[in-house]
Design a protein around this ligand. Structure first.
Ligand code: GLA
Length: 441
């Protein structure tokens, strides 16, 4: 076989084996009810905070009117506890009539009219984790069709009350059923989280072929301890997890809890920075109606969002764990750029950490670094020049780094256009043109 047809065949196989919905080339973004609003169904006494169409309409309004949608936060996601306790007489899932009097199709329409997408929740098993009707084998196609008929755009498919053997069949079947509806429905699989999240129990090659994202690990809670346990697990297992993420198929370390009660401002910046390094979905679970401007500023940070949504879609890694309890994280980005996060696990005072780019495997060249939280630009004359960053306890310093000039193989210096001038202009535009760095154009 000639080389060219070999390449063609390879390309074809890759396309044919990937989930064929073409969705989520960058990690999904939006808002989800669970962590903040749980299974609060008491609409009589707590009408503003119960799981009801009002809550999702409120959040859709906020996403559309407060600048979130333009930044990419375009999904509104229903989680557990939205259905009646019984399916209807035809065996279909039905929303609780008191809490969703207008039905899900109307809610989808409301969301779509605001330029947003609607996510919904189901569970492969006899019941959802909250005890509502589950999706057993005989209901997979029916439920997929119901969601498509309602014009739902995303399904979180949980895994309470099913066995490992059944999940192995059920998750691929739901993927097929969603595809068969002909509607583009993003597919989030909780399967790995129920089976330890690691190979050999989990076949991530298969997951990448049938799901757009997957929950690998425990549920996030509103605390720093919970965020840390998730960060620890994902980076301890980075050799297995990092290579399996990419455009259309992502690891999901669970929701952003920034804006709730458990994180300090520094810890909030840390969650945002580390989720961007992980190429994680940016799915907030907070109350967008009462968010403080501190929380909003972190969640709406354009530079971090651009890093999270980098078109290469390569998940980052932890590079260093120092004895000083400082850690360094890195993610390669398009146009020879990259992101670095310096993270402190210390509990005493801001720590002055000394480092240089060559220690972090950067090759010879001139670099500029943009501090995504302060907006400062730093130039280093060489990749061996020492620098110092001051990192707050449980906080981060995060840099977007781009080469200004770098020696080429032929010896001459290739000049990269400096972005310093452009940094002042504020609207984000993702991607790149003409090889320039347009992160902040
Ligand atoms: C599981 C999931 C959570 C949430 C709840 C709902 O615990 O992991 O994200 O969906 O179920 O009951």
């Amino acid at each position: 076989m000639k080389a060219s047809s070999g390449i063609l065949l390879l390309a074809f196989t890759a396309v044919a084996s990937a989930l064929e919905n073409g969705l989520m080339r960058t990690p999904p973004m939006g808002w989800m009810a669970w962590e903040r609003f749980r299974c609060n169904v008491d609409c009589e006494n707590d009408p503003k905070n119960c799981i009801s169409e009002r809550l999702f309409m409120d959040m859709a309004d906020r996403l559309a009117e407060d600048g979130w949608r333009e930044l990419g936060y375009d999904h509104v996601m229903i989680d557990d506890c939205w259905t009646s306790m019984q399916r209807d007489k035809d065996g279909l899932l039905q929303p609780d009539p008191k809490r969703f009097p207008r039905g899900i199709a109307k809610l989808a329409q409301y969301v779509h009219e605001r330029g947003l997408k609607l996510g919904i929740y189901a569970d492969f098993g006899t019941h959802t984790c909250g005890g509502y009707p589950g999706t057993t084998f005989d209901k997979i196609e029916t439920d997929a069709q119901t969601f498509a008929d309602w014009k739902v755009d995303y399904l979180k498919f949980d895994g309470c009350y099913s066995s490992a053997e059944d999940q192995e069949k059920g998750y691929p079947l739901m993927s097929k059923a969603l595809n068969a509806t002909g509607r583009y429905i993003g597919y989030s699989c909780s399967w790995p989280a129920y089976q330890g999240g690691l190979p050999p129990n989990i076949n991530y090659t298969l997951l990448g072929e049938i799901c757009n994202l997957w929950r690998n690990y425990d549920d996030i809670e509103d605390s720093w301890t919970s965020v840390l346990s998730i960060v620890d697990w994902f980076f301890t297992n980075q050799d297995q997890l990092q290579p399996v993420a990419g455009p259309g198929h992502w690891n999901d370390p669970d929701m952003l809890i920034i804006g709730n009660f458990g994180l300090s401002p520094d810890q909030s910046r840390s969650q945002m920075a580390l989720w961007a390094i992980m190429a994680a979905p940016l799915i907030m679970s907070n109350d967008l109606r009462t968010l403080t401007s501190d929380a909003r500023n972190i969640l709406q940070n354009k530079a971090i969002i651009a890093i999270s949504q980098d078109p290469l879609g390569i998940q980052g890694r932890r590079l260093l764990q120092e004895k000083s309890r400082i850690e360094v994280y890195w993610r390669p980005l398009a146009s020879s750029a990259s992101a670095l996060v310096f993270f402190s696990r210390r509990t005493d005072m801001p720590y002055r950490y000394h480092c240089s780019l060559d220690k972090l495997n950067y090759t010879a060249g001139l670099y500029e670094m943009y501090d995504v939280f302060t907006g400062e630009v730093l130039s280093l004359p060489s990749h061996t020049t020492p620098f110092t960053v001051s990192i707050n306890p449980s906080g981060v310093v995060m840099w977007y780094i781009y080469p200004v000039a770098r020696p080429t193989q032929t010896g001459e210096e290739r000049k990269y256009p400096s972005v310093r001038r452009k940094l002042r202009v504020s609207t984000v535009r993702r991607g790149q043109r003409n090889g320039e760095h347009h992160l902040f154009l």
